[in-house]
Structures are given as structure tokens and as C-alpha cells.
Write a protein of this length. Structure first.
Length: 255
């Protein structure tokens, strides 16, 4: 049975029934609404699953806008159907997922029925990745840029490590400035200690880069060979994704 989980006075989510190695418990479809307002904003309607979409619709009520954090299908597959159900425009940094509205612009402020949302471009996981900030409560909707558990994959060529590290540093600055006090991810639980998690992400990436450098220096000359050394403690089901991540790391090291 599908439930709506309320996290803050402005944010709740419905968990999609698409659990997996890459999606963790499933995709979190976020529903935002200013207290007392009629219209909501939905972030990442998720997979094309009618049961899920009807649950989101029941929780969201009238939808003023649909937003996407990035292009991956577990976040965007329901675009057409959910837009049909709601009649709402859709917006993304990628024009393919912007319907009846302009593309998102980094730094812009969106207001829907009194709810203010700031757009924070965070390329890296994909070139079109973006986060959404609710200034009223310091909540950052991170998509796959930061997960609620574990670390995200930077899958070459759409995933790019240099911009991703810059995006993490930018989020860390927002945390330090007190503008972000919690992270509400696209997969996994809410992050209540964003500084610690962002620091862990940065340290993890630095450690992996050191390991890749060492593997290359030791004679590993393909992504697969590097994966077998650097990711030997990771279950083999994740090795194909790890190969794409290694390709992104090699691209970064060559720059």
C-alpha cells in the first residue's frame, strides 16, 4: 500500500515501488505546498506506475508545477502521464523535460501559491542535475546529487566528475551559510546532518581518485581492470556502474 510521508510543514513524499541496486528503496516523489495554500509543486513524479501516480495525485491535490531534478528515467518516465493527469507545466534544465514552460535557470526563484523555491544547478551526476531549495525552511531537494544512503554514481559520459565536485563544494557553502539545514534526496532517507554527509562525499571522491591513480600507476590500463582493484569490496552487481564511474574519474584525471 502506498503512503504519503510528511517530512516538514511544506514537504511530503510518496515512495515509488521501484526499489533496486541503483534506486535504493525507490524514487522519492516530493510534494511541496505552502501551509494553507491550494496548489502544490511535485518534484520527480518518477516511474510510469499508475498506482504511484494516483497516490501522488491524491496527496498533491491541484498541481501548479512539476519539476525534475535530472533526466534519468526513474525520475522522468511519468512525465507525460502525470502532466496529463494534472494539466500542470513541467520544468527542467533539459528542454526535453520542459513542457508548456521555460527551462529552469540557475539561481532563479519560483513562486507557486506563496511557496518560494530557488533553483540551484548542481551538474555532475548528470549534466542537467539541479537541486531545489526552500529558503523558508532550509530544505534542499537533491535528486541524485546526494542520496539518503551511500554515495551516488557519476556515470561517464553524462556524469562528469569535475562539475560534480564543484557542485558538492557549492552545497557545502550553502550549509556553512545556514541556508541548508536538511537534505531531502531522490532516494533514501532524509539527511539531517548535511555538513557531515557532504564532507563524507567529498572525502570519498578524493579517496577514490587516489585509489584510481595508484591502480593506473600499478599497471591497470582499462576501466574494468581498475574496478577489479579499487572496487573489489563492492558487490559485482555494481561493477558495470563502477566502470562508468571509473571512466569519469579517468577523464577528470586527464584534464
Amino acid at each position: 500500500m502506498t503512503h504519503t510521508i510528511t517530512v516538514t510543514e511544506r514537504a511530503a513524499y510518496v515512495l515509488a515501488a521501484n526499489p533496486g541496486v541503483m534506486t535504493l528503496d525507490g524514487t522519492n516523489t516530493w510534494i511541496l505546498r505552502e501551509p494553507g495554500a491550494e496548489h502544490s509543486v511535485v518534484i520527480d513524479p518518477g516511474p510510469s506506475d499508475e498506482t504511484h501516480l494516483q497516490a501522488v495525485l491524491a496527496a498533491a491535490g491541484p498541481v501548479g508545477l512539476i519539476l525534475f531534478t535530472h533526466r534519468h528515467f526513474d525520475h522522468t518516465a511519468a512525465l507525460g502521464r502525470f502532466a496529463e493527469l494534472t494539466g500542470a507545466p513541467t520544468r527542467s534544465i533539459d528542454p526535453e523535460f520542459s513542457r508548456d514552460a521555460e527551462m529552469l535557470v540557475d539561481g532563479e526563484s519560483i513562486v507557486i501559491d506563496g511557496l518560494e523555491i530557488e533553483v540551484v544547478a548542481t551538474p555532475g551526476h548528470t549534466t542537467d542535475s539541479v537541486c531545489f531549495l526552500l529558503p523558508a525552511e532550509g530544505s534542499l531537494f537533491s535528486g541524485d546529487t546526494i542520496l539518503g544512503r551511500g554515495t551516488t554514481v557519476i556515470a561517464h559520459p553524462d556524469g562528469v566528475l569535475g562539475p560534480y565536485l564543484d557542485s558538492l563544494a557549492h552545497i557545502r557553502e550553502l550549509v556553512e551559510e545556514g541556508l541548508v539545514t536538511r537534505i531531502l534526496p531522490g532516494h533514501g532517507p532524509v539527511v539531517d546532518d548535511p555538513a557531515a554527509v557532504v564532507d563524507f562525499y567529498l572525502e570519498h571522491r578524493a579517496e577514490r581518485l587516489d585509489q584510481v591513480r595508484a591502480a593506473v600507476a600499478g599497471g591497470a590500463d582499462t576501466s574494468r581492470a581498475i574496478v577489479e582493484i579499487v572496487y573489489r569490496d563492492v558487490e559485482e552487481a555494481l561493477w558495470p556502474a563502477a566502470e562508468l564511474s571509473v571512466a569519469a574519474q579517468l577523464d577528470y584525471l586527464r584534464a
